[in-house]
Design a protein around this ligand. Structure first.
Ligand code: ADE
Length: 420
């Protein structure tokens, strides 16, 4: 059967299949949902358009959605995160249409989004909201046919909330990111480990004894700070939110402005979701050899045009390291073109954490398919029963048993009369 697709090399499929099998071994929650989907077929015949990082973990999600009956088309949510062997395997071994090539240019990236939209999805599954924003700008003809969507990441949820507030959101979208079984684990432990993994793979530098600046103390920033500190770095946090800044102080980190941090950092990692967090005035103060990277969704956090403007010479000194030589002889190094360093220089979050994130995606897609349009076009929370179900399955898979309330305790919690 011919599977419409655009991937780098179909001959990579068998290597991809082995890596997907390896990931599957650490994804028990998705395996349990796959069994349920095979029996119940909640997505029977539903066209599902997905724009996600094309990794081994995403491949498992695609297999599970297919087991639920979905007809899937997948494109990349970042030009540098695609694992070409995985893309090939999904086409060859799973018969799934994939439009993703690692290193694709901007035009190809958007052509691939359009190729997915050409399948007229009833459900959209996004990581960063590029699929949704393209429907709302260039492909409004598709809107009426869309039942609903899901969004994976903080940045995407912020974009969707802005659309909803401005009254332009055309259909309901579940904020998967906001589930407890997503952001408390994926954003913190996933980003924490995979970001440090990406920095180490790209540079092979020692973190112990270094000064590591983390910009942004959301769930992702908390994870990066925790893991950099665990490897012996002195961590400095920069923030704009007073509560988060206070939390970072109480967590034991130095908190200061980027202006101050710029002069002392060895490593800089942006995880704010905002633009130009590292900019000209900071580059001008940095030490020779400073290493800059980003683990926020888009490549806007480091103002690369300003750095390019300051540089008298640029060279690719290692696979994922570009060195910018400044006129005064200082060298500033940027990892993975300022794109998500954990996906571009490593393999993204480990499978066992994506297991929970993608369990939310699968169950929310089934929820939307079962419950129809669900009323007004709003950003919806993940139903709490889905969150609890995932936590329960995950605990069971880890062999962890927990207590339950006694009838006396239940009564106590639901009463107000009993005090001192
Ligand atoms: N986002 C972060 N890590 C990921 C992974 N391993 N797969 C898909 N999306 C991700």
């Amino acid at each position: 059967m011919h599977v419409p697709a655009d991937v780098t090399d179909l001959a990579l499929a068998s290597a991809g299949r082995k890596r997907i099998e390896w990931a599957a071994q650490a994804m028990p929650v998705l395996a349990s949902i796959e069994d349920e989907f095979r029996r119940e077929r909640p997505l029977e015949g539903v066209a599902l358009g997905a724009c996600l990082h094309v990794t081994t973990e995403t491949a498992r999600l695609m297999q599970v959605l297919k087991a639920g009956g979905a007809r899937i088309a997948l494109c990349a949510s970042n030009p540098l995160s695609t694992q070409d062997d995985v893309a090939a395997s999904l086409v060859v071994h799973d018969g799934i249409s994939v439009y993703a090539r690692r290193g694709e240019d901007r035009e190809t990236y958007f052509n691939h989004i359009h190729a997915v939209l050409d399948t007229r999805p009833r459900l959209t599954m996004d990581d960063g909201a590029d699929l949704v924003s393209t429907i709302h700008t260039d492909r409004r003809d598709l809107m009426e046919g869309v039942l609903g969507g899901t969004e994976e990441t903080t940045t995407g949820v912020i974009r969707l909330r802005s659309m909803a507030e401005k009254g332009v959101l055309g259909y309901p979208i579940i904020a998967v990111n906001d589930a407890d079984t997503k952001h408390l684990f994926d954003n913190r432990y996933g980003t924490g480990q995979s970001t440090v993994d990406g920095i180490i793979r790209a540079t092979n530098r020692l973190l112990a004894g270094s000064t590591f600046v983390v910009s942004g103390y959301g769930w992702c920033g908390r994870g990066v700070a925790m893991r950099a500190s665990g490897l012996g770095a002195r961590v400095i946090v920069t923030e704009v939110d007073p509560l988060r800044a206070l939390e970072a102080v109480m967590d034991g980190y130095t908190v200061t402005t980027m202006d101050e941090a710029a002069a002392v950092g060895d490593f800089f990692c942006t995880v704010t979701g905002d633009m130009h967090v590292l900019r000209r005035e900071h580059f001008e103060k940095m030490k020779d050899g400073a290493i800059l990277c980003n683990s926020g969704h888009f490549d806007v956090e480091i103002e690369l045009p300003a750095l390019a403007d300051l540089a008298v010479q640029r060279r690719q000194i290692r696979k994922e390291v570009e060195e910018f030589l400044l006129a005064d002889g200082r060298r500033i190094n940027v990892l993975a073109e300022g794109r998500l360093v954990n996906l571009a220089a490593a393999e993204g979050h480990p499978s066992s954490v994506m297991d929970m994130s993608f369990a939310n995606q699968a169950l929310c897609a089934a929820h939307l398919a079962r419950n129809g349009h669900g009323g007004s076009p709003r950003v919806l929370p993940v139903p709490p029963e889905i969150d609890r179900k995932i936590a329960r399955i995950k605990l069971r898979s880890m062999g962890v048993v927990i207590d339950s309330l006694t009838p006396e305790q239940e009564k106590y919690l639901s009463s107000w009369e009993m005090g001192t």
